[in-house]
Ligand binder design. Structure first.
Ligand SMILES: *Cc1c(COP(=O)(O)O)cnc(C)c1O
Length: 364
């Protein structure tokens, strides 16, 4: 058949093995999944309580305008309702952006080896990608990214904090970038891990959005909010931009269950605060451990950490999976000889430290 020619060069997303498959394969009782940066503390109990008592009518299409969540979120964020765009995860918003902006003879600019969906969706829509190496400290090289923008550039992707490095850019660097960036190039600030950033380092995205109509910030309920299974995320941008993106959005792209859950989840600020505090404490402990064993890592502003390993990341992955821990080998993320570990709970991370110690003992 006559599918897009690019499809012969791309592959479908390869997901890791399901937990139950790994348990069977390695004969394990317990498996700790630290591979996808999900919230290891679950999600707000208020969401669970509400949904078990009041499941939405599943035979009815959802509200395609996402009205209730839209109103609640616009109040919480102090933005206008028409500045919000909802998607089946922020991943779908990346897809919507590419559908709306990318065509043949256009390109998008991203940090090399940052979130792969920017590249994938650009290519599917017929564009090319300029991947700009990160700086030695793992941060986006915003100056080099700016220099890479040309007449054909339609979108620049900035992942802050970045996946998989976990690093963050500074506000003043971002402002400089926006000042130099052509006004007709869309800048996507992917803030999937925003909730994990300390207030002192937090980007003032809301002011940036007011000042720059060519900027959109992407957020998700999949990470700190712990609702990855429901698939819901959103973008905040200028009403004109949101209007254009809505043209290519599917009419019922988020579910009634997801909309309701997200509406309740944003009211439960205690849950987010507790998640972030626990994550920070366990992360600090783990960094101290990494310092003791002398394994290098990028400073992380998220709920995961990218760590250099003395053997290949694939080998380390294999060793850890045999001991009941699933991580992501850096080889699959463009960072060889490293692994990306989601920060688990205290108990699991203590166990992980013991397992790594054993590895070091038996490997000199
Ligand atoms: C997890 C993640 C997303 C998307 O998550 P959704 O589940 O689609 O909302 C987007 N960007 C980055 C950098 C992520 O790590």
């Amino acid at each position: 058949m006559k599918q897009k020619t690019i499809l012969s060069k791309l592959t479908a997303y390869q997901q890791g093995k399901q937990t139950h498959e790994i348990k069977e394969e390695y004969g394990l009782e317990k498996i700790v999944k630290l591979a996808s940066n999900e919230n290891v503390y679950g999600y707000s109990s208020q969401v669970k309580n509400y949904l078990t008592e009041n499941l939405p009518e599943l035979n009815i299409y959802p509200d395609g305008h996402t009205s209730e969540l839209r109103t609640a979120l616009s109040k919480k964020l102090a933005v206008d309702e028409n500045q919000l765009l909802f998607g089946s995860g922020s991943e779908e918003i990346i897809q919507i952006i590419c559908r709306a902006f990318v065509q043949d003879n256009t390109n998008t600019v991203m940090a090399a080896n940052s979130f792969p969906q920017y590249r994938h969706n650009t290519l599917v829509e017929g564009g090319t990608v300029k991947e700009i190496p990160v700086k030695a400290n793992g941060e986006h090289d915003l100056q080099a990214m700016n220099a890479a923008i040309d007449e054909e550039t339609v979108v620049v992707w900035i992942c802050a904090p970045d996946n998989p490095t976990g690093t963050l850019i500074k506000g003043e660097e971002f402002i400089n970038f926006m000042e130099d960036c052509p006004k007709d190039v869309l800048v996507v600030l992917d803030e999937a891990y925003r909730e994990y950033v300390d207030v002192a380092q937090l980007l003032d995205s809301h002011t940036y959005i007011k000042n720059y109509p060519n900027l959109i910030s992407l957020r998700t309920f999949s990470k700190a909010y712990g609702l990855a299974g429901l698939r819901i995320g959103y973008g905040i941008g200028h009403p004109d931009l949101v209007h254009h993106l809505n043209v290519v959005r599917g009419p019922f792209n988020t579910t009634s269950v997801a909309q309701k859950a997200a509406t309740i989840a944003i009211q439960d600020e205690d849950f987010i605060r507790e998640t972030v505090e626990k994550n920070r404490d366990v992360k600090n402990d783990f960094c101290q451990f990494l310092d003791e064993i002398n394994w290098a890592y990028y400073p992380s502003y998220t709920n995961f950490i990218s760590v250099s390993t003395p053997v290949s990341g694939l080998e380390m992955f294999q060793y850890l999976i045999e001991n009941g821990f699933i991580v992501r080998p850096g080889e699959l993320l463009g960072y060889p000889n490293s692994i990306r570990i989601t920060i688990g709970n205290k108990e699991d991370m203590t166990e992980l430290q013991e397992i790594i110690k054993k590895f070091i003992e038996s490997n000199g």
